[in-house]
Design a protein around this ligand. Sequence first.
Ligand code: NAP
Ligand code: HSE
Length: 434
Amino acid sequence: MKDTITVGLLGLGTVGSGVVKIIEKHQKKLQHQIGCPVKVGKVLVRDLAKKRDVNFDEAQLTDRVEDIIENDDIDVVIEVMGGVEQTRQWLLTALKNKKHIVTANKDLMAVYGPELLKVAADNGCDLYYEASVAGGIPIIRTLVDGLSSDRITKMMGIVNGTTNFILTKMTKESASYDAVLKEAQDLGYAEADPTSDVEGLDAARKMAILARLGFSMSIDLDDVDVCGISNVTLEDIQYSHKLGYTMKLIGMAEETNGKVAVSVQPTLLPHNHPLASVNDEYNAVYVYGKAVGETMFYGPGAGQLPTATSIVSDLVTVLKNMRLGVSGKGYVFEQFEKNLKSPEEIRSKYFLRLQVKDQSGVLAQITSVFAEYKASLEKILQLPCKDRGEGLAELIIVTHHTNKKDYDTIVKQLQKLDVVDTVVSSYRVEGEEK
Ligand code: NAP
Ligand code: HSE
């Protein structure tokens, strides 16, 4: 083992600056744990002239990636830059040059995780990625180590800080979507392109990573059924709130009889559901194991220091492995081939908001469509249609558990009825009211 460990950083933005701060401020604790000092060597940035958030010797900054991934003095590469294709190539080169890797990059790990992990193992290198899911919550470590003896059957959670921040402000302050998104960007929660946050793709990437680990199955990003929050309106939030529900972007991964379904959708939860009170940029993940039962993990899902904490903890693990001489030996590859549930096997309750003609017989026509598919209804509420004037009524329906195939067909059938003016919105409903 060397006298000093040198890490190279790819990226010095929100998260990279946090890593530098933690390595500096917690240096004594790090030394105590790993037995030698840790220093930051070269740091890759795009713009050498940019003003930085951390005090840095300018000579350490570089815009040449070779200064890090081909530098013999660097033991560990911390990738906090983002991007997929080019980043994959650079990390493959780093691994072939026997550098251990710590990354926060879920875009990369959701798509190329299995390949990179294999190349890492083949080269006797570690690759850790705790910060890629749920920022400061050690959820990957929990699945890989803490619950490794159990059979996981369900994981459900809020895994995107930006959208949780937006939905919280829309619910509590009736704030406008655009204004709150801007605030989340200013606070450093959002991705460089926030489309992946608001369209649910960031959460889908995290759910693919969790499902792979939790079910030990080769789940791909394309296997995740994704819907984001960009079409969620203040009205939907307010109507559903009156009916006793809180809107959250929920990631769900469930296993039944060896078959798995993974999704990310805006979801209505009863106000008393534990995930309904997870607010702002906070994340929470429920994990159900056959033996352990129900567990829940809660904490900041985005932001500089929470994310950097996960990264530097991964770094400590890498350095402990180096000392023990077990680098690259910890990976357990997936046990099962992919086996996905069909839409007939995915069951849920649904909230459906319609604008319908305000005349007799309308309700009977609508309920007969549900009856045709043996889908029973838990709640029906009719309200005046505030924005569309006379002649229309707002109808809100909450179903009992129904399979996804039938529900999608019911919505299509309703759209064809003359008495239905508009299908305004539809959301999954999860959890029982107490
Ligand atoms: P960021 O603030 O945009 O920082 C990105 C950094 O990488 C910048 O320093 C940028 O250089 C550098 N960079 C980007 N592309 C580069 C390239 N092609 N060549 C050289 N340098 C390049 O991003 P961030 O919020 O820190 O996020 C970094 C990673 O962490 C992403 O993968 C993100 O998904 C993940 N993550 C973020 C959070 C969070 O809360 N922000 C939480 C968990 C995970 P310049 O400074 O010169 O522009
Ligand atoms: N943009 C991500 C979020 C960062 O808002 O959750 C953390 O992965």
